[in-house]
Design a binder for this molecule. Structure first.
Ligand SMILES: [Zn+2]
Length: 337
């Protein structure tokens, strides 16, 4: 077992409440600890952000006609969020039945500095990945791939980490927050395909999956599930293939972590090839996605939104269609095809 039985000594780093008295006694916070704590607290605020109504509702028929015109113009950059994948059975964080109400995702700081939290993640994710692994593209993903083939859209920036746009045949896709199918070692940087790691985990944990009676509702958008502590304790983690470190992390951008610079450059290149922006299935609560709207507005480009609830960009949008994503894309396809 690689699990650290008592992670409480790590808690002051994370909670940053001003001392380790309750746990490790004499330990004093260093400036590095405080930086970690500050970043963690900022990540928690980002997770907890609630997107309120900021604009008057728009007539659905008018919005749909406007969005169809936008697509007719071509070179539309599409940014997608969880609302595109809910029809594939992957739950949303912030939707009406959003998993944030039950479960808060880990921050990067916890992943990096709290071994017990990381161990819990891998135990839960070992189960949850089996659920994500079964998810396939839905009609919404297929339609967006078709929009690209017809030259209506220039490409997709997705905030989802499920790989479903590529699976549906979209060619130019930038996974802004990475992809769950790759795992990276935080110690040496080695990467491993998730199915490969999963096979090693399965070998180290015979019978583990069968012992767990999983409620599908307990699966979270990042492929995580809610798991009883005794199951977490029984899970055996495996190490990096190169350096044996158990500091392995899905190659996705966590709350409290930045989008890699190279990916930002890819987004900038796609923006340069686009003349308008369409937000699909996202409240844009996270800044890295919202920034793309701000870029489009700054460039004087029209912004369209198709989303089931309020989005942070509503007040900046030319067209806002408050509706379910897949039927809306189907409707737009029918208007243009
Ligand atoms: Zn390594």
């Amino acid at each position: 077992m690689t699990r650290t039985s008592d992670a409480s000594a790590e808690r002051p780093l994370i909670d940053g409440a001003g001392g380790g008295d309750a746990t490790s006694g004499q330990r004093r916070l260093t400036s590095a600890d405080l930086a970690i704590s500050t970043a963690h607290q900022a990540a928690l605020r980002s997770i907890a952000r609630v997107v309120d109504e900021t604009a008057e509702p728009q007539d659905a028929g008018r919005a749909a006609a406007g969005l169809a015109d936008q697509l007719r113009g071509g070179r539309v950059l599409v940014i997608t969020g969880a609302g595109v994948s809910t029809d594939s059975g992957i739950p949303d964080y912030r939707g009406p039945n959003g998993s944030l109400k039950r479960h808060r995702p880990m921050t990067y700081q916890e992943f990096r500095h709290d071994p017990a939290a990381r161990h819990r993640y891998w135990a839960r994710s070992f189960i949850g990945w089996r659920h994500m692994g079964q998810a396939g593209p839905n009609r919404g993903h297929e339609l967006l791939a078709e929009f690209e083939r017809r030259g209506w859209i220039s490409g997709i920036v997705t905030q989802n980490v499920d790989g479903l746009h590529a699976a549906a045949g979209s060619q130019r896709v930038i996974p802004l927050h990475g992809d769950l199918s790759v795992v990276r070692c935080l110690n040496c940087g080695n990467t491993e395909a998730r199915p490969h790691l999963d096979a090693r985990l399965a070998e180290a944990n015979p019978g583990y999956v069968e012992r767990i009676d999983l409620d599908p509702e307990a699966v979270n958008p990042d492929g995580d599930v809610t798991l009883a502590q005794h199951h977490v304790d029984a899970f055996v983690m495996v190490g990096c293939l190169v350096c044996s470190s158990v500091e392995l992390k899905p190659d996705v951008v966590y709350f409290g972590e930045n989008v890699p610079a190279e990916r930002k450059r890819e987004v900038a290149a796609l923006e340069a090839d686009s003349s308008s922006l369409l937000v699909v299935g996202s409240s844009l609560a996270v800044m890295s996605g919202y920034k793309i709207v701000l870029d489009a507005v700054r460039a004087g480009q029209p912004v369209g939104i198709i989303n089931g609830g309020p989005s942070r960009a509503d007040a900046k949008a030319t067209w806002r269609w408050r509706t379910r994503v897949t039927p809306a894309l189907e409707d737009l396809f029918a208007r243009l095809a």
